[in-house]
Design a protein around this ligand. Sequence first.
Ligand code: PLP
Length: 349
Amino acid sequence: MLPAEVLERAREEMLDWRGTGMSVMEMSHRGKEFVSIAEKAEADLRELMAIPDNYKVLFLQGGASGQFSAIPLNLAKDDGVTVDYMNTGHWSKKAIAEARRFARVNVIADTEGSHFTTLPGEGDIRVDPQAAYCHYTPNETIAGVEFPYVPETGDVPLVADMSSTILSRPVDVSRYGIIYAGAQKNIGPAGVTVVIVRDDLIGDARPGTPKLMDYKTMADADSMANTPPTYAWYMAGLVFEWLKERGGLEAMGERNERKAGKLYAAIDESDFYTNPVDGACRSWMNVPFILADDGLNDTFLAEAREAGLVTLKGHRSVGGMRASIYNAMPEEGVDALVDFMADFERRHG
Ligand SMILES: Cc1ncc(COP(=O)(O)O)c(C=O)c1O
């Protein structure tokens, strides 16, 4: 979902952005109008996340998956370099597979044995001090597990794929070397990828790194070494304004915790629905749940759709259902789902 207010604002500005007679889609990325949009979006994101001055904010293309390649290309200078990864779900696994093409990967934590329903304990993470970086996925979108802590990695730069949790609560950016996220969950429409990277990690890419994947090229060109995804960048800016108007990440975090809490409570109180994830690391954004009778899945989805509740089918690797309750999902949306689930259980349980 995108916030309704953001979509309405985009509709109002669609044909004529602030008296320019142009749609944002029609603007040159080098023109002063778009440059002002781009700069405002970056300034608002910096304010929302309290990003320190020694970090660059890049608005790139290629999705989070593009960063699976860009991270080792920029941070692992040659094939001999060792990098640490935590394997905690579908997306970490993909990041690891890609990193293996460029560097020697040590998997320092692996929860596949629990079908990705647990996470390593805070004290169990042992990072190799020689590793070029340590990569993890704070929120695994498919299994619905979320780290309740930031791993301690000493001097080894911590790299986080925050695609499905960025902006959902405050984070201390200074704990990270790199934070990256595809936009399409909490930032805006697909097409733009936000990379927040500490200055000292820029400028030492492997020889042969494609120019547009080199953070230095993009940082030096203010993310405009080629034509950026202008409309998605603009929409991201509208979302950042929306977040600021609603009290920023502190307020968003409280709201997200409350939303998730209601849904988990409803699941836990029922004998009909179950959530397989360890209570200590349940996601605030993605809530998988399984029906007592698998044979009712199609009926559940059909009736939910009738009730206006859509996109609930779980990933095939987990089965059952998955509610994605990102920032833009209003609390009433969660209430409606909880009511529907209780009613469905009464009729079919
Ligand atoms: C945690 C996480 N990482 C990476 C990706 C892949 O993102 P993209 O499609 O932008 O490459 C996703 C997509 O859902 C995701 O949830």
